[in-house]
Design a protein around this ligand. Structure first.
Ligand code: FAD
Ligand code: NAI
Length: 465
């Protein structure tokens, strides 16, 4: 049988592409080298990390914040094996959900490593070896953590996020290389539970790719949680014994050395596209200088019937970006003309307070020479924030100085991961700050900070400041 489409990789890019292809009437197969579907996101990424973030937040609140609400607890105890078991169950349930969706959409699942043998054939090496043929192929093979040789990644003491999600005995000390998304999310999990966490970061601030105000506020909050930061240090080497790790870093200007001993060292310095043994050369698929699969604006590779999506191509390494691209390619194959607004893909960091952003940062607007204005509103001035006790953070809206069009929205605070959807909707419809300022926002909610920031951006007329 010749499939209409074969998808290699079952992460949020691959499985969503397969479903959309099936919905559009294509006979579809998906190939996955692991026994569970869902890729990095479901198995060792978004879902397990958020499960542990939620559990650790409950623990932290019970330990530090309940008394203030008039709830006195005694005998509070951490049951880490149960926390991990719950996380595993959440993951297993969602992976089964994806399996169900494959069946429902009559998508053939082939378990094994897929290798292109030509532009239309894939060999799958699993329990058996099979050769599959298709008119079109979608590569959605995702990414793996970057682990330089000098960091001596051993999966036991020198670990990546994958192993960190399964630590069942709370470490006393953990060093983390990288104050990016993974370092701060997983650092928060362990710091909330009581681990002494030290973060070593090459850049001068945390989440350096986001608007500067967010990194500043988040660092302040995480320091209050007990996390320690060493900015402007480049980690040179990490070594481990059976129970300990030693990290050596160097200040980027003064060259001063920094040595940190810890029970675990978490390496969180980014991820690389994963194309090992994918047979790109056999099919004639080109890669770019950074090892990503090269694609054009239709996400088509150098071989016209082979497409690539998600972490393995350029752009943000985010699950929802991969999903959008999966739908995009399926619809393209069906002869439709889909579109993705890449600049409106939101970024979220699930720390507490949560951080979320969409559109241009203030620095990007400045660099582009665009005339702009800024409206800011702090959560502490909101009734809802006072009622819940979640006072940290703010919403910042950047709008064009003359047209008032919203160019970027950056926020840190309670529930920002969800609130950012309002900003995405507004920007998709090219709203002005005035448009947002005139929309009714339910009271009392955290979303009122968006309205107030929009009012601050238009003639500085925030009401509650
Ligand atoms: P992946 O999810 O990596 O899936 C690729 C799949 O392809 C894998 O299952 C792999 O086994 C399979 N595969 C690879 N090669 C082959 C082959 N040759 N044959 C067969 N199968 C193959 N993003 C967010 O948006 N929000 C978050 O909260 C978030 N949290 C994260 C937390 C952590 C700890 C990590 C590590 C990542 C997180 N991400 C998050 C990023 C997100 O997981 C990725 O952007 C997303 O999974 C990319 O999807 P993908 O489909 O491109 O690839
Ligand atoms: P990252 O790119 O977010 O951060 C890596 C950090 O490590 C950077 O700040 C960098 O300056 C620093 N660094 C690099 N080399 C260093 C060295 N030798 N010494 C000191 N610091 C060094 O990468 P991270 O956190 O590993 O995440 C990988 C990807 O996973 C991200 O691209 C992100 O998109 C995705 N992800 C998304 C999440 C979300 O959406 N909430 C959660 C977790 C991951």
């Amino acid at each position: 049988m010749v499939y209409d489409t074969i998808v290699i990789g079952s992460g949020p890019g691959g499985y969503v592409a397969a479903i959309r292809c099936a919905q559009l009437g294509m006979k579809t197969a998906i190939i996955e080298r692991y026994n569970t579907l869902g890729g990095t996101c479901l198995n060792v990424g978004c879902i397990p990390s958020k499960a542990l973030l939620d559990s650790s937040e409950h623990y932290h609140n019970a330990e530090k914040n309940f008394t203030n609400h008039g709830i006195d607890l005694s005998g509070l105890k951490l049951n880490m094996p149960q926390m991990i078991a719950r996380k595993n169950k959440v993951v297993a349930d969602i992976c089964k959900g994806v399996e169900f969706l494959m069946k429902k959409n009559k998508i053939d699942v082939h378990v094994g490593h897929g290798t292109l043998t030509s532009a239309t054939t894939v060999e799958v090496v699993g329990e058996k070896t099979v050769s599959l043929e298709a008119k079109n192929i979608i590569l959605a093979t995702g990414s793996k953590p970057i682990t330089p040789a000098s960091f001596n990644y051993d999966k036991k003491r020198i670990i990546t996020s994958t192993e960190a999600l399964d630590i069942a005995k709370l470490p006393k000390r953990m060093s983390i290389i990288g104050a990016g998304v993974i370092g701060l999310e997983l650092g928060s999990v362990f710091a909330r539970l009581g681990t002494q966490v030290e973060v070593i970061e090459y850049a001068g601030s945390a989440i350096a790719g986001m608007d500067k105000d967010l990194g500043k506020e988040l660092t302040r909050s995480l320091k209050k949680l007990g996390m320690k930061f060493h900015f402007n240090y480049m980690v040179k080497e990490v070594t481990a014994t059976a129970r300990k790790t030693k990290l050596v870093a160097e200040h980027k200007d003064s060259k001063e050395a920094l040595v940190i001993d810890a029970d675990y060292c978490l390496v969180a310095i980014g991820r690389r596209p994963y194309t090992d043994n994918l047979g790109l050369d056999k099919a004639g698929v080109k890669m770019d200088e950074r090892g990503r699969i090269e694609v054009n604006e239709h996400l088509q590779t150098s071989v016209p019937n082979i497409y690539a999506i998600g972490d393995v191509v350029k752009g943000a390494m985010l699950a929802h970006k991969a999903e959008e691209e999966g739908v995009f390619v399926a619809e393209t194959l069906a002869g439709q003309k889909p579109h993705i607004h890449y600049h409106l893909i939101p970024g979220v960091v699930y720390t507490w307070p949560e951080v979320a952003a969409v559109g241009l940062t203030e620095k990007e607007v400045q660099e582009a020479g665009t005339p702009y204005k800024v409206g800011k509103f702090p959560f502490r001035a909101l009734g809802r924030a006072k009622a819940s006790g979640d006072l940290e953070g703010m919403v910042k809206i950047i709008a064009h100085k003359e047209t008032d069009e919203v160019l970027g929205v950056h926020m840190i605070g309670a529930r920002c991961a969800d609130i950012i959807a309002e900003a995405v909707t507004a920007m998709e419809y090219r709203a002005s700050a005035e448009d947002i300022a005139r929309m009714s926002h339910a009271h009392p909610t955290f979303t009122e900070a968006v309205k107030e920031a929009a009012m601050a951006a238009t003639e500085n007329r925030a009401i509650h400041m």
